[in-house]
Design a protein around this ligand. Structure first.
Ligand code: GDP
Length: 705
């Protein structure tokens, strides 16, 4: 298969890199990205994160042009190769965000701080990249800082990330004496020449004092490559020399195969080490041709389809992010997997089953938007004009529909009431929620009929925290928020048949609606389904949708504690009507009444979200972690080893997991990492359910039986 793809011999694709830069907060992701854009000549002024003006000027200008480097994808060129840098989220705990960027990038640079080393978030990111098999390069940044220690970070990458780091460089000096880098492939020194402003690189022989260390690491490099590639071993044993370009090839192969992680060093803020990092990105990270072709299914036949990365294939692409640009409006970021997309053409959104017109195509550079006429296989571009398309959708040629393996977005499990402080805030809130909802498929805005409050729902505490923070900072909304609450649901345990009558016939025109519903438990995750089984005209056809509407309205707030009702199949089986008094409203009311009655007699129960929790901890904290999750009603699924770490997988009810980030930090002194995501809904144990019902103010006594 691989040969077949390569046979196309497409230099544009061979020279293309779609990468992400990921890091623990503060390790230098932003600075490194900026310097890459500077070095590649697209940004002419260097922005400095700390020293306000330069970067502020630049950011303001950027905003005037309607783009910042936080664009979901930025393109730049290095030695005739094209690099698309895909923005990865700052908060890595939020797995869905990470998932969607990892899905569309082919390789990544993981930035570490030379002082902080492998920090908790670098561990989380690393594991997610492992899960998606993303080849990566490690960049040990901040070599100029007091306490910088390249070799300690190397050791941590190996022990804490269970990775196979392959240093391709070693630093010459460190801290304020960070003078250069030994390139272990060419065995030359790259010495930094500073003139106060710019940093040039002078290639020299390796300084005497560092020669022994350099030789040792060079020896290790070849040996390690030999362990993963027998061709190298052969050369090594037979003492044949290896040319630098051959080493580069071997390193490239081993990196793409996920066998090793090349490690480089530098100090982005001081402009040190960035050009060699760019060389490494283009030399070692995969091109779109190096990754397996994408698969999908034909939405009409369910047949599996594989699409090669080729301009000659039919068009298919994945929308991985929607962002609102103040100037052009809604931008849909697209990874083109096969074929090409053209301005002015029509594409088919196979996820939603709609036809969309491609208004404009844009290539995002750091400081400008370039209008392009077509987007080709492998590339990442932005599309303007897709009205009904949201994140995760596939767009494709109309005549060859395909749904690409989509990103999986779990249902929101946590909710919070939000109230704007002033009338002006109210307006801004509405706008902010609209935008945020459009950008983020896992964020849902609702309304509680009973309290009149706006309810926002998401995937976890941190998710909502981030959204509220954005609302305040980006949209300037002042609002009071309640504590987050578990998004419980209600369902029934057994089949019931329920009757609902809404009849008022005292003088004048009355009301008459009468229905009989069959209510059965449905499969988990199916919501409410409605079907009419009426034959023979017990109720005129025109009222079927009224009954349905009544059922869905009643399902918004269930009978037990006001939570939405789910996973029930409703069938309208019988009823009666009145020539004059029957109306849409009367049948809606009758539908609601019957549904509520069905919930009561169907043995309503509450469901709670169960989270998939994975904790990775050093062994000496395992006891504490297990003891703690056990006290939270969690069920341990497995405990496995990963290098010298323990991986504990469990299923835990969300209601017991509030504040877990803080808890796990204090239990393990910050050494454990965890990921948590919604998995499924499950019946709430009876005693707990009773408390929830009591707390909702609908305790048994107050419920009308
Ligand atoms: P991010 O959170 O990973 O995007 O990190 P930033 O790029 O915002 O950097 C965090 C802080 O580290 C800022 O104050 C930077 O100026 C500083 N920083 C970044 N790179 C370096 C470096 O190479 N050396 C030193 N000394 N500081 C750096």
């Amino acid at each position: 298969m691989e040969k077949d793809i390569k046979a196309e011999n497409n230099p544009r694709l061979e020279n293309l890199r779609n990468i992400g830069i990921i890091a623990h907060i503060d390790a230098g992701k932003t600075t490194t990205t900026e310097r890459i854009l500077f070095v590649t000549g697209k940004v002419y002024k260097i922005g400095t994160v700390d020293e306000g003006t330069a970067v502020m000027d630049w950011m303001v200008q950027e905003q005037e042009r309607g783009i910042t480097i936080t664009s979901a994808s930025t393109t730049c060129f290095w030695k005739n190769r094209n690099i698309n840098i895909i923005d990865t989220p700052g908060h890595v705990d939020f797995t869905v965000e990470v998932e969607r960027s990892l899905k569309v990038l082919d390789g990544a640079v993981v930035v570490f701080c030379a002082v902080g080393g492998v920090q908790p978030q670098s561990e989380t990111v690393w594991r997610q990249a492992d899960k998606y098999k993303v080849p990566r390069i490690a960049f040990v940044n901040k070599m100029d800082r007091t306490g910088a220690n390249f070799f300690k970070v190397l050791e941590e990458i190996e022990s804490r990330l269970a990775a196979n780091p392959l240093p391709l460089q070693i630093p010459i000096g460190a801290e304020s004496n960070f003078k250069g880098i030994v390139d272990l492939i060419t065995m030359k020194a790259l010495m930094f020449k500073e003139d106060g402003k710019n940093v040039d690189i002078e290639i020299t022989d390796i300084p005497e004092d560092i020669k022994p260390t350099a030789s040792k690491y060079r020896h290790d490099l070849i040996e390690k490559l030999g362990e993963v590639d027998e061709h190298v071993m052969d050369r090594y044993i037979n003492e044949k020399g290896i040319y630098p370009h051959e080493i580069i090839d071997f390193v490239r192969k081993a990196t793409i195969a996920g066998k090793i992680t090349p490690v480089l060093c530098g100090a982005s803020a001081k402009n040190k080490g960035v050009p060699p990092l760019l060389d490494a990105i283009t030399n070692y990270l995969p091109s779109p041709l190096d990754i397996p072709p994408i698969d999908g299914t034909n939405p009409d036949t369910d047949e599996k389809i594989v699409r090669k990365v080729s301009e000659n294939e039919k068009f298919a692409g994945l929308i991985f992010k929607i962002k609102t640009d103040p100037f052009v409006g809604k931008l849909a970021y697209l990874r083109v997997y096969s074929g090409k997309i053209e301005t002015g053409s029509y594409v088919y959104n196979s996820t939603k089953g709609i036809r969309e017109r491609v208004g404009k195509l844009l290539k995002m550079h750091a400081n400008k938007q370039e209008i392009i006429s077509e987007g080709l296989a492998g590339d990442i571009i932005a599309v303007v004009g897709l009205r009904g398309t949201t994140t995760g959708d596939t767009i494709c040629d109309e005549d060859s529909p395909i749904v690409l393996e989509t990103m999986h977005f779990p249902e929101p499990v946590i909710s919070m009431a939000i109230e704007p402080k002033t009338k002006a805030d109210q307006e801004r809130l509405g706008m902010a929620l609209n935008r945020l909802e459009e950008e983020d498929p896992t964020f849902v805005v609702g309304y509680n009929k009973e309290t009149g409050q706006t309810i926002i729902s998401g995937m976890g505490e941190l998710h909502l925290e981030i959204i509220i923070d954005r609302m305040m900072r980006e949209f300037n909304v002042a609002a009071n928020v309640d504590k987050p609450q578990v998004a419980y649901k209600e369902t029934i345990l057994k089949h019931s048949r329920a009757e609902g009558k809404f009849i008022q016939q005292s003088g004048g025109r009355g009301q008459y609606g009468h229905v009989v519903l069959d209510i059965t438990p449905g499969a988990r995750g199916t919501g409410i389904t409605f079907e009419s089984k009426i034959i023979g005209g017990a109720i005129p056809r025109e009222y079927f949708s009224s009954v349905k509407e009544g059922v869905f309205k009643a399902a918004e707030n269930g009978y037990l504690a006001g939570y939405p009702v789910a996973d029930i199949d409703v069938k309208l089986v019988d009823g009666s009507y009145h020539e004059v008094d029957s109306s849409d409203i009367a049948f809606q009311m009758a539908g609601s009444i019957a549904f509520n009655e069905g919930l009561r007699t169907g043995g309503s129960i509450l469901l709670e979200p169960i989270m998939n929790l994975e904790v990775i901890t050093p062994e000496n904290y395992m006891g504490e972690v297990i003891g703690d999750v056990n006290s939270r009603r969690a069920k341990i699924e497995s405990i496995t080893d990963k290098a010298n770490l323990k991986v504990i997988k469990c299923l835990a009810p969300l209601s017991e997991m509030f504040g877990y980030a803080t808890i796990i930090r204090s239990l393990t002194q910050g050494r454990a990492t965890y990921t948590m995501e919604p998995s499924f809904y499950q019946e709430v144990p009876r005693n707990i359910g009773e408390k929830i019902i009591e707390a909702s103010g609908r305790g048994a006594g107050s419920r009308v039986k």
